[in-house]
Design a protein around this ligand. Structure first.
Ligand SMILES: [Zn+2]
Ligand SMILES: [Zn+2]
Length: 344
């Protein structure tokens, strides 16, 4: 099969022929119809992820068709339209038994712990636990974005963030996950302040329901600006980019007893104003994808048209264009979602 392969961290990947994957007894191989380009792929390519062994094929936001089925998989057939969470759970550890598949103790992640979906085919583990059916009316391109950014944003806003109608929600960083969070928070009845340095990203945020759009590049104190716009601070705030600056601005923009959810990956642990966390009784939360069994509620909102992940897809590229696009991700995460179509 053709795949995007890199041999060294930070050096240009190339598209070349590699052996086709074979399914594990509990797994499947999926023919990749669409796969999202994500900042996490860039972090992996840069060497920020300790799970990655070289040479490597990135890609973890995918949708496609089951091609081959492992011997122990009884409920799947070739031809099934599927997607997966980027965290593939084992289904049997203590966390999985508690329903917390997103923090599985023996998780695998395509594109990190093994070769991913910037390829014509990808192997996925524990199919019974992780595969999610993609409804016919949902395109593969739209479904590809659900497994990482949209589901992560959904869990961050709804489950971890406990958003309530009428609350102020600040979203720092309006790339794919941030714009998803804006849309989900607005659909939940919250008033959203979107923060970014890109006018194009903020235009999209406005389209997706942000009440205020704050261009951080012209603002000396973003946290103070958020507190002012929200009459004292956000109830819930997300760092959807993952940088020391956006993390600090997110925590600093909260009101008393506010909740910060860290969604964007950070290359290094940031300095967090813990005095403020204590004095204002702030909550600091993480969010790590979303279990496959939590998808139906989100998919129902998508089916009803309340959530429109299709609007987040801003460009579609071929496998051959992926290495350069991966490299460009570091300089400019970009507004919206780029989808790679390996068979295009
Ligand atoms: Zn991702
Ligand atoms: Zn597990």
């Amino acid at each position: 099969m053709r795949a995007v392969v890199f041999e060294k961290f930070g050096e240009r990947a190339e598209v070349r022929e590699v052996p086709d994957p074979v399914p594990a007894p509990h797994g499947v191989v999926v023919r990749v119809e669409a796969t999202g380009l994500c900042r996490s792929d860039w972090h992996g390519w840069m060497g920020h992820d300790p799970d990655i062994r070289l040479p490597h094929v990135p890609g973890h936001e995918l949708a496609g068709v089951v091609e081959a089925v492992g011997a122990d998989v009884l409920d799947r057939r070739p031809g099934d339209r599927v997607t997966v969470p980027f965290v593939c759970a084992c289904g049997t550890c203590a966390s999985c038994a508690a329903g917390d598949h997103q923090v599985c103790e023996r998780q695998t992640q395509p594109g990190f712990t093994h070769w991913g979906s910037f390829a014509e085919y990808v192997a996925l583990d524990h199919a019974a636990v992780n595969l999610v059916d993609v409804p016919d009316e949902l395109s593969f391109a739209t479904a590809a974005g659900l497994g990482c950014r949209f589901a992560t944003a959904f869990r961050a806003v709804v489950a971890q963030g406990r958003v309530a109608a009428g609350e102020w929600v600040a979203v720092h960083g309006c790339g794919g996950v941030g714009l998803s969070a804006v849309m989900i928070a607005a659909a939940s009845g919250a008033r959203v302040v979107a923060v970014d340095v890109s006018p194009a990203a903020l235009d999209l945020a406005r389209t997706f329901g942000a009440a205020h759009c704050l261009n951080a590049s012209g603002v000396p104190d973003v946290a103070a600006a958020v507190r002012e716009l929200t009459g004292g601070g956000a109830h819930l705030s997300l760092d959807a980019l993952g940088s020391p600056v956006t993390c600090a601005a997110s925590v600093g923009g909260l009101r008393r007893r506010g909740r910060h959810v860290q969604v964007g990956l950070l290359p290094q642990d940031p300095v967090v104003p813990m005095g403020r966390v204590i004095g204002l009784e702030l909550e600091l939360l993480g969010s790590h994808g979303m279990a496959a069994h939590a998808y139906p509620r989100m998919l129902e909102m998508v089916r009803a048209g309340v959530l429109r992940p299709d609007l987040l897809v801003t460009s579609t590229i071929t496998l051959d264009a992926a290495p350069a696009a991966l490299e460009a991700m570091g300089a400019a995460p970009g507004a919206g979602v780029t989808i790679i179509e390996p068979w295009a």
